[in-house]
Design a protein around this ligand. Structure first.
Ligand code: CP
Ligand code: NVA
Length: 324
C-alpha cells in the first residue's frame, strides 16, 4: 500500500504547553473565527497529540457533545466521535433534518441545556450561524455550503507534516470553487502559502471570501491566483487538491457539472506539471474517473489517507482549545 508516512520531515516544535492554549471565540463556524496565533498554536498542539495520543485522556470527562448531521458523513462523524471519546468525553448523535418539527431556535436552546458543545453539518451556513446565535455552548462547523474549516485544519497540518515550514509552498486546487476550496484558500494563505484555484467559468469561489483571502495573502506574503486554466494552477505546485464536482445538495446539477468540469480532471497528464515532490490531496469521498483518476489518487504521491487520519488529531486539538 503506498504511503507517504516514511518520508515525513521533522518539524521543529515548541515544547509541550504547561497549560492548554485557548481559542478566544466561543464558536468555530468559519475559518477566521480563530486568530493567526491560535491557528499556529492549534497546529503545534496537534503535532504533540499525534505523537502522544494518550495525552489529555480525561480532559473532557463528564462533557457531552451533540453531533448533528443533516447530510451524510464518514470521516467527520467518526473522527469527532473518536476525538471526543479519546479525550474522555461522550457524544450524542442526531442524524437528519434538524428543525422539521420545531423552530431551529428552540432546538438550539434544547441542546444548549443538555450538552457542552454542538458539532453540526448542515446544508446552509445560516443554520450553523443560527445554532451559534441561539446557544451559549461552542458550535463547530462540520461542513456547510460555504465552509469546511475542520477539513482545512487537517489539510494544512498534513502539509506541515510533509514539508515542515509551509511558507512559500504553492497549493493548487483544481475543480469547484466550493466549501472545501473556500476554507483551504483562507487557511493556506494565512500560513504564507500561495494558492492557485482553477475552476470552469461560472464555478469561481465566492467574491467576499476571495476578498478576505486577498487580504490574508497581502499580510502573509503568498499569492492568490484564480484562473480557469488548470495547467496554469498546477504548474510547479507542491500540492494538488481536488474535490467532488457536485457537492452534497447539488446532485440535481450532476449531469451539467460532469460536462462543465470534464477538462478539470486531476490525472497523470495534469499532475506531471506539478513539482516533482508534489503530493495529491483530496478531502474524500472521491469520485474516481470524475475529478480524479486512479493514476493519481492511488499513486505513491497521494496523501489522502494522511488527511483523513489527521482529521482526528486536529479535531482533538480544536476541542481541547475550545472546551479543555
Ligand atoms: N472529508 C469529509 O468531510 O468526509 P465526510 O463527508 O465523510 O465527513
Ligand atoms: N464539497 C463536498 C465535500 C464533502 C466532504 C460536499 O460538500 O459534499
Amino acid at each position: 500500500m503506498p504511503s507517504v508516512g516514511s518520508s515525513l520531515k521533522p518539524v521543529k516544535r515548541m515544547p509541550a504547553p504547561k497549560t492548554l492554549p485557548r481559542i478566544a471565540a466561543t464558536d468555530f463556524i468559519r475559518d477566521l473565527d480563530i486568530s493567526q496565533d491560535e491557528l499556529l498554536a492549534l497546529l503545534d498542539l496537534t503535532h504533540q497529540l499525534k505523537a502522544n495520543p494518550g495525552r489529555f485522556a480525561t480532559a473532557l470527562a463528564g462533557r457531552y457533545i451533540t453531533l448533528l448531521f443533516e447530510k451524510p458523513s464518514l470521516r467527520t462523524r467518526f473522527t469527532f466521535e473518536l476525538a471526543i471519546k479519546q479525550l474522555g468525553g461522550d457524544a450524542v448523535l442526531a442524524v437528519g433534518p434538524i428543525a422539521d418539527r420545531e423552530p431551529l431556535k428552540d432546538v438550539a436552546r434544547n441542546f444548549d441545556r443538555w450538552t457542552n458543545a454542538i458539532v453540526a453539518r448542515t446544508f446552509s451556513q445560516q443554520t450553523i450561524d443560527d445554532l451559534a446565535h441561539w446557544s451559549s455552548v461552542p458550535v463547530i462547523n462540520a461542513l456547510s455550503d460555504r465552509f469546511h474549516p475542520c477539513q482545512a485544519l487537517a489539510d494544512v497540518f498534513t502539509l506541515q507534516e510533509r514539508f515542515g515550514d509551509v511558507r512559500g509552498l504553492k497549493l493548487a486546487f483544481v475543480g469547484d470553487g466550493n466549501n472545501v476550496a473556500h476554507s483551504l484558500m483562507l487557511a493556506s494563505l494565512r500560513l504564507g502559502m500561495s494558492f492557485s484555484l482553477a475552476t470552469p467559468v461560472g464555478y469561481e469561489p465566492d467574491a467576499e471570501i476571495v476578498a478576505q483571502a486577498e487580504a490574508l495573502a497581502a499580510v502573509a506574503g503568498g499569492q492568490l491566483v484564480i484562473t480557469n486554466n488548470a495547467r496554469e494552477a498546477v504548474d510547479g505546485a507542491q500540492a494538488v487538491y481536488t474535490d467532488v464536482w457536485a457537492s452534497m445538495g447539488q446532485e440535481h446539477e450532476k449531469e451539467k457539472r460532469l460536462a462543465d468540469f470534464a477538462p478539470y480532471q486531476v490525472n497523470a497528464g495534469l499532475f506531471q506539471h506539478a513539482a516533482p515532490e508534489a503530493i495529491f490531496l483530496h478531502c474524500l469521498p472521491a469520485k474516481r474517473g470524475e475529478e480524479v483518476h486512479d493514476d493519481v489518487i492511488e499513486s505513491s504521491q497521494s496523501a489522502v489517507f494522511d488527511q483523513a487520519e489527521n482529521r482526528l488529531h486536529v479535531q482533538k486539538a480544536l476541542l481541547l482549545m475550545l472546551l479543555g
